[in-house]
Every structure is written in structure tokens, then in C-alpha cells.
Design a binder for this molecule. Structure first.
Ligand code: TLP
Length: 345
């Protein structure tokens, strides 16, 4: 049976060109700073992000966690968008690794309420924790791949600077945001002190993310990466795929966005399902089950019997993520399968 796997863009597999580059990669021990391919990937990442320095990390989660640790001291308070990955999906790591507390900021489609940020910055008072960091996420995963526009990012960054607070950008899907806005990724990444972006999502690299910032930040980040066990040895094998991800795979993300809209429109037309179309901006579709007699666990299970794979977000919401291995005709077929399945439930 044919399968249509929308669980995540993390399921993408390396392309043939990546596999060949991985096979041929020049390698060395990266903990000694001797892997030429990792160095090449890090230099390329500096160019793309406009940051002074960059470091290859095994995962987006590790990149975010290192950034929080470098920017904060234990008992600090950090401001997080209420739906963000750092809060929801990183196992509470910021508590264990950095010892910080967090305050969640309300948002509309991932764009934080700037007044609430301003009100949340702590006064200098012995009772209060120190506010040291604000984290943004662009695109915002849990909001449905929604995009923070450049002005909203600028607003947050300038408010932070005015108050001596650092800004970290979780840019796991920053290339999707840039494609949607029609701006260079650099313009978005410049509105932060540090940025993490993923090579292993829609860009098809098998493993890895980049953390970038100024020289001093990355110097300290390298020490934390080692502490967390993220110092990899002949990592050039992986970096070789990462280079192709950055050089050749970002342009095509628009196709995923187009397919996401087609899927969203198709699902929204099915009785008992609803998609908030204004949130369908990039490659993620959040589909709500609005029938009282049906929940998303049951629907997911039934769809899987016909080869359509999705993720449960809440008991009434499924997530479908578009990526390299899903074509326009797959989307058309998927809509038909979902239609048939829901009618029979
Ligand atoms: N997101 C994954 C899951 O962890 C939920 C997914 O399937 O979407 N930031 C953002 C915004 C992310 O969406 C993710 C992964 C990460 C960070 C973490 O990246 P990895 O999986 O490389 O640790």
C-alpha cells in the first residue's frame, strides 16, 4: 500500500546527491577543530545568517538549549512565546540544564504581544528574578507554521536591546519564513543575538542544526556543547549533507507551501473538518475535527489504515506537514482518502 507520511518534515531522507557528498566528504576530528567539511558548513552558515560565528550541533533541541544556557544564569527568568518548542517539546530542558524560570507571552499566530513583553520585564528588585532572555520562534510550529514578519521581529529585538536583554531565535524553519515573506533569511536572523536553524527538516539533511551568534557566544556555546555530549568526531560526513541542504534545498520550499494550501483547502471542504486558512502560510496544516462524535486519535488511526500518517496535536486537532517527499498528486490522493475515511466513521 502506498503511504503518505505527513507526521513531520523531520522524516525527510537525504537526497542521492547528499548521500554521494557524504560518501566523499573530507573528515577530521571536529572536537579538535580539524574537520574541514564541518568548518565549511559553519563558514557557509555565517554567510547565510550574517553572524560572526556558527557551530554545528546534533539537533535543534540541543541548539536551543545551549543558547538558553549561554545567555542566562541560574534563577533568571526568560520570556517565551506561549506555544514555543522550547517550552512544549524540549522535555523541560531549560529547567534542568539552565535552571531558569520562564514566563509565557501571549501571541497571535506566534507574534507575541509586545506590550505584555514590556510589562513582563522585571524591575531591579531583590524579590524578583532577573529577566535575561527573550526567545522568538519563526516559523511557529505549534501555531501551524505561521510566520513572524520582519517588523514584529524588529520590535521585539529593539525592546530587548533597550532593556539589556538578549534575544534568541528558534529558526528551525527560518527558510520557510523567508520564502513566505520573500526576504533573505539573513534579514530575519539579524533581528536576534543568536539563532538556531535546522538542516534536518524540510531541507532533507539526515542530522543536524546550526547555532550562530557572535564570536564570544559561540566560544561559550562550544564548551556547553561538549558538556552535553554534543561534540561529534568525524562529523563532516553529516556536514556534507548540511552544505547541500543550505545551498540547494531552500529554494524549493515554496512547493511545500503551495501543496500545504491545496491540502488545507481540500480538508476544509470535508464535512466535520475545519482548517483555519489564515494560519496556512508555510508547510504546516492544522486540521480541526469539529464533529462531536469523532476525535483526532480515532481519525488518525483510521487514516493510517489507508496509509495517511499525521500527528495528534490535541484530541481535536491533527497536524499535517508537507515536505520533499510529498508531491501535488499525493496531496490530491490524500484529500480523497480523508474524505472517504471521515464519511465512513
Ligand atoms: N520539531 C519537531 C517535534 O519536536 C515537535 C516536529 O516534528 O515539528 N524548534 C522547532 C520550532 C521545531 O519544530 C523543532 C522540531 C525543534 C526546534 C527541535 O529540532 P530537533 O528535532 O532537531 O531537536
Amino acid at each position: 500500500m502506498k503511504s503518505y507520511d505527513y507526521r513531520s518534515d523531520t522524516i525527510t531522507k537525504p537526497t542521492d546527491k547528499m548521500r554521494k557528498a557524504m560518501y566523499e566528504a573530507q573528515v577530521g576530528d571536529d572536537v579538535y577543530g580539524e574537520d574541514p567539511t564541518v568548518k565549511r558548513l559553519e563558514e557557509l552558515s555565517c554567510k547565510i545568517s550574517g553572524k560572526e560565528a556558527a557551530m554545528f550541533v546534533p539537533s535543534g533541541t540541543m541548539g536551543n538549549q545551549i543558547a538558553v544556557k549561554v545567555h542566562t544564569s541560574p534563577a533568571d527568568e526568560i520570556l517565551l512565546e506561549e506555544n514555543c518548542h522550547i517550552h512544549w517539546y524540549e522535555g523541560g530542558g531549560i529547567g534542568a540544564i539552565s535552571g531558569v524560570v520562564s514566563k509565557l507571552i501571549k501571541s497571535k499566530n506566534g507574534i507575541m504581544d509586545i506590550d505584555q513583553i514590556e510589562r513582563s520585564i522585571r524591575a531591579d528588585d531583590i524579590h524578583f528574578p532577573h529577566t535575561s532572555l527573550i526567545c522568538m520562534e519563526n516559523t511557529n510550529n505549534k501555531c501551524g507554521g505561521t510566520v513572524m514578519d520582519l517588523n514584529s521581529m524588529k520590535e521585539v529585538y529593539s525592546l530587548a536591546k533597550k532593556n539589556g536583554i538578549k534575544v534568541h531565535l528558534d529558526g528551525a524553519r527560518i527558510f520557510n519564513a523567508a520564502a513566505y515573506l520573500g526576504v533573505s533569511p539573513k534579514m530575519l536572523m539579524m533581528e536576534s543575538d543568536s539563532v538556531m536553524f535546522c538542516l534536518s527538516k524540510g531541507l532533507c539533511a539526515p542530522v543536524g542544526s546550526i547555532l550562530a551568534g557572535d564570536e564570544d557566544f559561540i566560544k561559550r556555546a562550544r564548551k556547553i556543547r561538549k558538556m552535553l555530549g554534543g561534540g561529534m568526531r568525524q562529523a563532516g560526513i553529516l556536514a556534507a549533507a548540511g552544505i547541500i541542504a543550505l545551498e540547494e534545498m531552500t529554494e524549493r520550499l515554496r512547493e511545500d507551501h503551495e501543496n500545504a494550501r491545496i491540502l488545507a483547502q481540500g480538508l476544509d471542504r470535508i464535512k466535520g473538518l475545519k482548517v483555519e486558512m489564515d494560519t496556512v502560510q508555510t508547510n504546516i496544516v492544522m486540521c480541526d475535527v469539529i464533529r462531536d462524535d469523532l476525535d483526532s486519535y480515532r481519525l488518525r488511526e483510521e487514516l493510517e489504515k489507508s496509509g495517511v500518517y499525521s500527528t495528534v496535536i490535541t484530541d481535536k486537532r491533527l497536524r499535517f506537514v508537507l515536505h520533499y517527499h510529498i508531491s501535488k498528486s499525493d496531496v490530491t490522493e490524500t484529500i480523497e482518502i480523508v474524505k472517504k475515511t471521515t464519511v465512513n466513521l
